[in-house]
Write a protein that binds this ligand. Structure first.
Ligand code: SF4
Length: 372
């Protein structure tokens, strides 16, 4: 199984916390879409696998017109092997969603929508630089449901410097009422190069305390648990049967091919990425746009630890032994102290971290990393 990822690098405005590659030059959209068609056709021989998922992320994929998606799907189907039951996801901004647009998406074959809500508080949305308002956030989910989407995800951000646990709880109260099947909830991080990072450096923002972060994380777990959601990855929760197939593939090391400026790919033990440069991308010279590196066994091992220990399944030790025979004994030995201390659990040849401790799992992962 394999997946395709499309990076649609356009946004109307820039959110203060966001470090994804994007541009507000929407006048380049048509040229971008045409270049995307050629890129998709160009790499067809690199990727003979059956596709089980396609994911449109960004940027803002919901700025793409239905007619452009229709042409793009025709190009995909001409060049790749798309499973009939493939999961096809679009990330959408709430204020792009109209009944007609949602109907068109369903007609095109989208069967999953991930709505970038982030918060139901007007103050949060303004401070983050989001262009939707609190009412649109709620309405977008309801409209997607009424239109016929039955696999709806939403994003929330917590750990906001001006906010409080009580404030976040109000967001969770709204989430609890909505017909969503999936929730991605991220703690705010101050990524270098973002306006938020500059405000942090100037002392205008302060990071929330560890106690508050943890309190909000536990609240999140309690609400999702009450709604019958499973916590299947550090930041991801869903109703049983509604895990994001595409994102789960990343964590399991399933190959994927990425298109668009800034998009990454992973296949055949190789990592490739397109330079995050729309002007260069539009020239369509793939040898100049794409860079790649052979993934060393050591890097692949560390990455497997990092991604696996943030998931409910954890690490399959048989798989580790088979793929990384040189590191297996080290892992068993190194993880012993964490297992004895209860931070990791070893059960049926799986090594995993219990979800209530995922918030601090990064320290454990770092300890288990192998360096050159
Ligand atoms: S968070 Fe989303 S909408 Fe906001 S700038 Fe980043 S990619 Fe664009």
């Amino acid at each position: 199984m394999a997946g395709l990822y499309f990076h649609i690098p356009f946004c109307f405005t820039r959110c203060g916390y966001c470090d994804f590659y994007k541009t507000t030059r929407l006048d380049f959209m048509d040229a971008f879409i045409k270049t995307l068609y050629s890129e998709v056709a160009h790499y067809k021989n690199d990727f003979p696998q059956q596709l089980s998922s396609i994911y449109f992320g960004g940027g803002t994929p919901s700025l793409v017109k239905g007619t452009d998606f229709a042409e793009l799907f025709a190009v995909i189907k001409r060049n790749y092997h798309l499973n009939r039951d493939a999961e096809i996801t679009i990330e959408a901004n709430p204020d792009d969603l109209t009944g007609a647009y949602l109907d068109a998406l369903l007609e095109l074959g989208f069967n999953r929508i991930s709505i970038g809500i982030q918060s139901f508080h007007q103050r949060d949305l303004q401070e983050m630089g989001r262009r939707h308002n609190a009412q649109q956030a709620r309405q977008a989910v309801e409209l997607a449901w009424q239109s016929g989407f039955r696999n709806i995800g939403m994003d929330l951000i917590y750990g906001l410097p001006w906010s409080s646990t009580e404030h976040f709880q109000q967001n969770l109260d709204v989430f609890a009422e909505l017909p969503v099947q999936h929730l991605s909830a991220y703690h705010l991080t101050f990524e270098e190069g973002t306006p938020f990072h500059r405000l942090l450096k100037k002392g205008i923002y302060q990071e929330v305390s560890e106690e508050d972060s943890l309190e909000q994380y536990h609240l999140l777990r309690a609400y999702t648990n009450k709604k019958g959601f499973e916590h299947y990855e550090l930041s991801n929760f869903c109703r049983p049967g509604f895990r994001s197939r595409h994102n789960s593939s990343y964590w399991k090391g399933v190959p994927y091919l990425g298109f668009g400026p800034g998009a990454h790919s992973y296949f055949g033990n190789k990592r490739c990425w397109n330079k995050p440069d729309l002007n260069l991308y539009l020239q369509g010279d793939w040898t100049r746009i794409r860079e790649e590196e052979e993934l060393k066994n050591l890097d692949a091992y560390n990455e497997t630890l990092m991604l696996g220990l943030r998931t409910a399944e954890g690490l399959d030790l048989k798989d580790i032994q088979q793929r990384f025979p040189n590191f297996y004994a080290t892992l068993v030995q190194q993880s012993n102290k964490w297992v004895s201390g209860g931070a990791l659990i070893l059960e049926n040849e799986r090594l995993f971290c219990p979800p209530d401790a995922w918030f601090v799992v990064d320290g454990i992962i770092e300890d288990l990393f192998v360096s050159e």
